[in-house]
Write a protein that binds this ligand. Sequence first.
Ligand SMILES: CC(C)(COP(=O)(O)OP(=O)(O)OC[C@H]1O[C@@H](n2cnc3c(N)ncnc32)[C@H](O)[C@@H]1OP(=O)(O)O)[C@@H](O)C(=O)NCCC(=O)NCCS
Length: 162
Amino acid sequence: MLIREATEEDWPAIWAFMEGIVRAGETYTYDRDLTAEQARDSWLVPPPGRAFVAVGDDGAVLGTAKVTRNHAGGGSHIANGSYMVAPGHGGRGVGRALGEHTLEWAKAAGFRAMQFNAVVETNSRAVALWRSLGFEIVGTLAEGFAHPERGLVGLHIMYRRL
Ligand SMILES: CC(C)(COP(=O)(O)OP(=O)(O)OC[C@H]1O[C@@H](n2cnc3c(N)ncnc32)[C@H](O)[C@@H]1OP(=O)(O)O)[C@@H](O)C(=O)NCCC(=O)NCCS
């Protein structure tokens, strides 16, 4: 597996699995009817942000991540990360590799910490992965997320210094 910067040419392969994740509405705070164009604008971020893809030996896109400033101005030294792995390639270390890569990239880019603003508490795979990469749950917004199956559930804010 190789992790490299994402390009416009990667977009169709990213959207192929991102669409299902967005439409499911279980793990992200995107509107479930987000259009492909809106999704592309939100994911293929301009500098100082960066989008990445994890690709297999055959060049297939297995997963993607993006890093942005979490806030502007006085909060712009904190990075924010987002991650999606194609469901057919889940559970094989792609998410972990993207997490490690983005932490290293953010540190090298001068960010002082990484913050995740909206980790759904029922997303146990993600919560376990981020904890194992050194993130702490610094707070949970009670009933902060309307899960389509489970109703109102907590939304974690997770944080790690770089
Ligand atoms: C969350 C996500 C990025 C993880 O990617 P992944 O490639 O499946 O994750 P990995 O294979 O790297 O697994 C990482 C860790 O998840 C945990 N994990 C895996 N399967 C799990 C499960 N069924 N339940 C709980 N934890 C699990 C393990 O801690 C694993 O660590 P290990 O390397 O010690 O086994 C991916 O499932 C995804 O894209 N989900 C939909 C979108 C999403 O939730 N994005 C994150 C929003 S915060």
